[in-house]
Design a protein around this ligand. Structure first.
Ligand SMILES: NC(=O)c1ccc[n+]([C@@H]2O[C@H](COP(=O)([O-])OP(=O)(O)OC[C@H]3O[C@@H](n4cnc5c(N)ncnc54)[C@H](OP(=O)(O)O)[C@@H]3O)[C@@H](O)[C@H]2O)c1
Length: 238
């Protein structure tokens, strides 16, 4: 494969939602615990999230004062030396994420220490690129106005050697990966709770696709379901 093997790993409600207040209820605690444990068990080369999830989990909405940076625009991918081999891949089409560090600071070894990679479109400002360079944060371009998922994945494997990638939300980014038909495995931790009506589904704007159940685990009232995608020949992909 010329792209990483992609595992979409998510906590879902009983009704297949992945965002909203249900995630922060006591009924969801053991699901969250199992989710982090399975994240570590996968030993992936990195995890990918949409801009909104990265903001909520890691940057907290902080943004640099871009007027301090020269507006030099070059539509070239930017790599750095001394890569960690473990990556936090931010799908951030317009360059809205403000990072205070080039690696993720988190106590959980499934997240902490990951080298940030920004996946951008050509809509990003030159000042933002200069800011990323000043931080030692590598970036790749994939798409003109919208992120081209396949191009991004190709570059993530070719440039950074990412072979196994966890796709960890949210609903919008998951949907873009699903429509591109690049989710090889689904890892669903099902919390015993129904979500609010306005919460978002596992895949925003999905398309029909076949998966086969591979494994099931039950722990403290939480169900973990693992599925693999069928290839056109009718076999599951390994
Ligand atoms: N249940 C779980 O396990 C789990 C895991 C992770 C997150 N979450 C939840 O998910 C929520 C966020 O999910 P979300 O669906 O609102 O947002 P999201 O998927 O995290 O981020 C969406 C944003 O990503 C950018 N983006 C990147 N590639 C894109 C593409 N190909 N197409 C469209 N947009 C693309 C866009 O940013 P711009 O707007 O800048 O263009 C878009 O608005 C959070 O509240 C979090 O709690 C749940």
């Amino acid at each position: 494969m010329n792209r990483p093997y992609v595992i979409c790993h998510m906590v879902t409600s009983l009704d297949g939602k992945v965002t909203g207040k249900f995630l922060y209820t006591p009924q969801c605690e053991s699901a969250t615990e199992l989710y982090y444990q399975i994240n570590r068990d996968y030993q992936a080369d990195g995890y990918a999230c949409g801009r909104v999830t990265m903001e909520g989990s890691f940057t907290g909405g902080w943004y640099p004062d871009l007027s301090e940076f020269e507006p030099a625009y070059s539509p070239m991918d930017y790599l750095v030396d001394d890569l960690t081999g473990f990556y936090a891949v931010a799908f951030d089409p317009h360059g809205k994420l403000g990072w205070k560090s080039s690696t993720i600071i988190d106590d959980d070894p499934g997240y902490g220490g990951a080298q940030v990679i920004e996946v951008l479109t050509h809509q990003v400002s030159g000042r933002y690129l200069t800011y990323l360079q000043s931080m030692g944060i590598p970036y790749i371009f994939a798409g003109d106005t919208e992120i081209d998922i396949e191009e991004a994945l190709f570059k993530l494997k070719a440039y950074f050697g990412i072979h196994k990638l966890l796709l960890e939300g949210g609903s919008i980014l998951n949907g873009a990966f699903q429509r591109a038909s690049v989710i090889d495995e689904l890892s669903l931790v099902v919390a015993p709770i129904v979500a609010d009506a306005e919460d978002k589904p596992l895949f925003m704007d999905s398309a029909i696709e076949n998966y086969a159940l591979e494994d099931v685990r039950y722990q403290n009232g939480t169900l973990w379901l693992s599925y693999k995608r069928y290839c056109q020949c009718g076999n599951t992909l390994n």
